[in-house]
Design a protein around this ligand. Structure first.
Ligand SMILES: Nc1ncnc2c1ncn2[C@@H]1O[C@H](COP(=O)(O)OP(=O)(O)OP(=O)(O)O)[C@@H](O)[C@H]1O
Length: 334
């Protein structure tokens, strides 16, 4: 790996965000993103994803901890960071009477060294809508316009807050392709998403946020590997669970039955599946509906969120009595 690829372009340490009234939306999180990586922030509604991204973008000051983007504090050294980053917020909020081309040109006027408007629109597949008024765009087309504007300055770091919300399957895939293309060109991308498939397919690494804390982080495969694999099948006629080989010896950590359907959970998938198939073969029976699968990111996400809910229940209503210096300074106070 080249030295510049190891460079952390985003570094977050014990980051906290407190809103007016003392609500702590981000409760001390740590992560870093290397140059050229796609990093996804996942989380349930209200987990703190947007609150975190806004701190990375320098839109607000943290209540505690430290954030560095390209080696600078994005809030106090905004002038050094802003020209090198592209931001796609959840709500673009453009004047709805302007056309797509006018909006793009207007935005380009605020960006130093902006690429031509036509090129940015071409990149996101909006060239055909250049003369359409923004108010006449579909939700998905607006998201693509947001993305075109974020790309105008050819940013080194791109922040995408739910970039594919409202896009149809084709639009979503086109956006994924574009993100991969940007990553391959060396752009660092931090995105938030509700779509686990999106994170699984795009992210080099991810963090699952839950109630302002990181509940799990790693590559999609590492996060998924924290969950057991599953085997399900129908018990053959005349057989009971007790007739199966001893489940504990197969590395099966738990099982459920639903009528004749048996579901096993195991961290030793190959051993458990092999023993089961050998048993069925020797008994001369068919395991109907046999389904053997590793955990998906979705299962990992649901398990982690559920577990974190249980352990965080006591702290769910936690607020902090923030000091005035820790409070938001940019109109976020309630
Ligand atoms: N301006 C604000 N004032 C007070 N609380 C806020 C403010 N903005 C957000 N919050 C609260 O902070 C928490 C985190 O919100 P945030 O928007 O960061 O979550 P999110 O993970 O992006 O959620 P979603 O997936 O729903 O977009 C929520 O409980 C939200 O209600």
């Amino acid at each position: 790996m080249r030295a510049e690829e190891q460079e952390h372009v985003i570094e977050v340490t014990d980051l906290r965000r407190v809103y007016g009234g003392g609500f702590e939306a981000v409760r001390g999180i740590d992560f870093s993103v290397r140059r050229g990586e796609v990093f996804a922030l996942l989380g349930t509604n209200g987990a703190g994803k947007t609150s975190t991204v806004e701190l990375l973008e320098g839109l607000a000051a943290p209540a505690g901890g430290r954030v560095r983007v390209l080696g600078h504090d994005p809030h106090t050294e905004r002038a050094a960071v802003r020209p090198r980053t592209g931001v796609m917020l959840q709500e673009g909020g453009f004047p709805s009477e302007l056309t797509v081309a006018e909006t793009t040109r207007m935005w380009a006027g605020c960006v130093s060294g902006a690429r031509p408007a036509g090129e940015a629109l071409e990149r996101v597949g909006l060239s055909g809508k250049a003369h359409t008024r923004v108010k006449q765009l579909s939700g998905g087309e607006r998201r693509r316009l947001d993305l075109a504007l974020a790309l105008l300055g050819e940013p080194e770091v791109l922040f995408l807050d739910e970039p594919t919300t409202g896009l149809d399957a084709e639009g979503r895939r086109a956006t994924w392709d574009l993100v991969r293309e940007l990553r391959d060109g060396g752009t660092t991308v931090l995105l938030t998403t509700h779509y686990l498939e999106e994170a699984e397919s795009l992210a080099d690494r991810l963090a699952i946020l839950h109630r302002g804390r990181i509940a799990a982080t790693g590559t999609p495969a590492e996060v998924t590997a924290t969950q057991p694999s599953r085997i399900s099948f129908e018990l053959p006629e005349g057989y009971f669970v007790g007739d199966l080989p001893p489940l504990g010896e197969l590395g099966v950590g738990g099982h459920e039955t639903d009528g004749r359907t048996v579901r096993l959970r195991t961290r030793e998938l190959q051993r458990a599946a092999t023993a089961l198939l050998v048993w069925a073969d020797r008994a001369g029976v068919e395991l109907r509906g046999l389904d053997v699968r590793s955990a998906s990111l979705e299962e990992a996400f649901l398990q982690i969120a559920e577990h974190a809910s249980g352990t965080a229940a006591a702290g769910a209503t936690e607020t902090v009595t923030a000091t005035a210096t820790a409070m938001e300074s940019e109109g976020y106070a309630a």
